[in-house]
Write a protein that binds this ligand. Structure first.
Ligand code: SAM
Length: 248
């Protein structure tokens, strides 16, 4: 980690080390209510977006799949069902509290028990190169100190021809909807966060980091620079979220 390089934590500029510390603290604080907060603030839409993202992975029975920044495991559960008993699903996440929260969740507990859980930094993972048929990252890359390093690492872990899908928040395409979404994100969401988590700050970080994330065309170029080919994207709910996919 470069101790002098400044990176964004929301709209604030901080050192890489400080961002890593704050991201960890952020997820430590929200882990116990992460799922409910997500469901309330997205009106349940995140479940639909996740199903769409997994469909884009085009999974086959028996495949080996990695869910990077997997958090409480919604994507991993969907993937586990798709690859069946001969497949293998690994959920990797840096935050212990988030992983534990998902691992022992009562819903889908039988499926959750089949998933392999690894606590690991997405920028440097201890898996052998080319060991996965597909990798997915849902709402995670925004939080990395060095997203390009994370993408290169994902590329390394895929077998040649392997697929990568990234589900991330983006920005609505229509100006009027964007305006409405900005009001909702910066004025309503922090209030909901206050009610659910006892503080508005976590959702302020969420809204700010979403605004700073590259737009879909720029992110496609970043994926191409990291070595992915056939990069395409689809916008979900007018662009509130976007699914990018590419191949190694
Ligand atoms: C917004 S949550 C998304 C969780 C899940 N993928 C989902 O879609 O619900 C982001 C996750 O990224 C994880 N994360 C943040 N920085 C990370 C890093 N450097 N390496 C691995 N995971 C990281 C957090 O711990 C958190 O669980």
């Amino acid at each position: 980690m470069d101790s002098d390089r400044l990176v964004s934590f929301g709209f604030e500029k901080v050192t890489e080390k400080e961002k890593a510390r704050r991201v960890m603290q952020h997820f430590d604080c929200i882990a116990y209510r992460y799922d409910i907060a997500n469901t309330v603030t997205s009106f349940g839409m995140h479940y639909i977006w996740k199903r769409q993202a997994v469909r884009h992975l085009d999974l086959k029975k028996g495949e080996r799949v990695l869910d990077v920044c997997g958090g409480t495991g919604d994507l991993a559960v969907l993937i586990e069902r798709a690859v069946g008993q001969h497949g293998r699903v690994v959920l990797s996440d840096l935050n212990y509290a988030m992983v534990q929260q998902g691992r022992y969740k009562p819903t889908n507990s039988a499926v959750r028990r089949k998933i392999t859980y690894v606590q690991s930094d997405a920028q440097q993972m201890a898996f052998r190169s080319a060991s996965f048929d597909a990798v997915i990252a849902g709402f995670g890359l925004r939080n990395l100190v060095n997203m390009e390093a994370g993408l290169k690492e994902i590329h390394r872990l895929l077998r040649p021809g392997g697929r990568f899908v990234c589900l991330e928040f983006s920005r609505p395409s229509h100006a009027w909807f964007r305006k409405l979404y900005d009001i909702y994100s910066f004025q309503v969401m922090p209030c909901i966060s206050q009610l659910i988590l006892g503080s508005g700050k976590p959702f302020l970080y969420l809204s700010e980091s979403i605004r700073l994330f590259p737009g879909p065309d720029e992110f496609s170029s970043i994926l191409a620079d990291a070595g992915f080919r056939d990069v395409t994207y689809s916008l979900l709910t007018d662009g509130i979220a976007a699914v990018h996919k590419g191949r190694k």
